[in-house]
Design a protein around this ligand. Structure first.
Ligand SMILES: *Cc1c(COP(=O)(O)O)cnc(C)c1O
Length: 363
């Protein structure tokens, strides 16, 4: 059996007519940047998440960068986040000349451990970026409470959690600013790069809209130093189609994720722990195994693709050596990075495929 890690072709087949017709409309209109498709996507994203403002941008990375720029984060500032994430979360901090201060993760959720945040706060702390990893939100209430007490802004890195809920509220509407990614393999994926920023704050929204368009408030009037961080109309058109069907995909992902966990209950692996009151979109369905290399090889020999998110925590990356961290500083991140592996996952994984993956793991 040939199994895809993520089946984007099956998804395209399903929405092919709608996507083609939307994209052809953009071609015919020649409105490639901004315009009606983008406006309509932004409205739909705001309605979907419940956030007052949804702002399309060029990627999840740029969404995070723009959020920090809007808060004037720069040289001398510190930003708290976790070392167990994709590099983009901390990369943007470094690009602005600020310093990432890492806090270890919770061993159940793999998200930042709120009980360890206060010890990392200093006078220089400007923001906290909790990452809602694998599609499950971080403990946003606990994090927001701490941030409020210390007058720090919270930016949810929701690049993997668009569609997830936390205590009945949608990811991307749980903190002052939220950032998501529409990279093709994310739960809501474009056909290229894309992202969005969410906020209820009018001033921040206006500023981020300017920042992503070279800091302009009108053409050739530049109030800020910004970037070219726009989302193009073709991507917006495609995302609009996929967003229409997204709630159904979220339901399927939840079913498939839960089914994996049921089937793997008696296997010698640790399955995802979804906290009470949370739903996950399973951007990744990731399990922990004691001898990962052997498991990866065994599955690969049977034609089951896997991936590791993420094998090296950020404090152990050469790019961050100047932060001065050592091996052993974040023991839970280090442990999980040695044991974690992701299984094939998409709304289109069939029961037969899933059974095959499970049998391969158990066999
Ligand atoms: C994918 C991802 C990003 C970056 O998103 P891009 O759209 O690829 O720039 C940032 N943070 C996390 C946690 C991600 O998974």
């Amino acid at each position: 059996m040939k199994i895809n890690f993520i089946d984007l072709q099956a998804q395209y087949k399903k929405y092919e007519k709608e996507i083609n017709s939307e994209v052809l409309e953009v071609f015919a209109s020649a409105q490639f940047i901004g315009g009606e498709k983008l406006n309509s996507l932004e409205k739909n994203l705001a309605v979907y998440t419940g956030a007052k403002h949804a702002i399309g941008c060029s990627s999840g990375t740029d969404a995070l960068l723009l959020a920090l720029m809007a808060l004037d984060v720069g040289v001398g500032d510190e930003v708290i986040t976790t070392p167990f994430t994709f590099i983009a979360t901390a990369e943007v901090v470094a690009l602005l000349g600020a310093k990432s201060v890492f806090v270890d993760i919770d061993e159940e959720s793999y998200n930042i451990d709120p009980s360890k945040i206060e010890a990392a706060i200093t006078k220089k702390t400007k923001a906290i970026i909790p990452v809602s990893l694998y599609g499950q939100c971080a403990d946003m209430k606990a994090i927001n409470d701490i941030a409020k007490k210390h007058n720090i802004t919270v930016i949810e890195d929701a690049c993997q959690s668009f569609g997830a809920t936390y205590r009945g509220k949608k990811s991307c509407n749980l903190s002052t600013i939220s950032c998501t990614s529409f990279f093709p393999s994310k739960p809501l994926g474009a056909y290229g790069d894309g992202g969005a920023i969410f906020t209820d704050n009018d001033e921040l929204a206006t500023k981020m809209r300017m920042l992503l368009n070279h800091g302009q408030n009108e053409r050739y009037k530049h109030k800020y130093i910004g970037i070219n961080g726009r989302l193009d109309a073709v991507q917006a058109a495609i995302l609009n189609v996929k967003l229409k069907h997204f709630e159904e995909e979220v339901r399927l992902r939840d079913e498939i994720g839960s089914r994996y966990s049921d089937l793997l209950e008696d296997a010698d692996v640790i399955t995802p722990n979804i906290a009470d009151g949370n739903t996950s979109v399973y951007a990744q369905y990731s399990i922990r195994v004691k001898n990962r290399e052997a498991m990866v090889e065994k599955l690969s020999a049977l034609g089951v693709p896997t991936a590791v998110h993420y094998p090296v925590p950020l404090h152990m990356q050469e790019a961050f050596k100047d932060l001065g961290y050592n091996i052993g500083d974040f023991p839970i991140s280090e442990l999980v990075s040695k044991e974690i592996m992701s299984l094939p996952m998409s709304a289109y994984l069939s029961e037969a495929e899933q059974d095959f993956v499970v049998q391969a793991i158990k066999g």
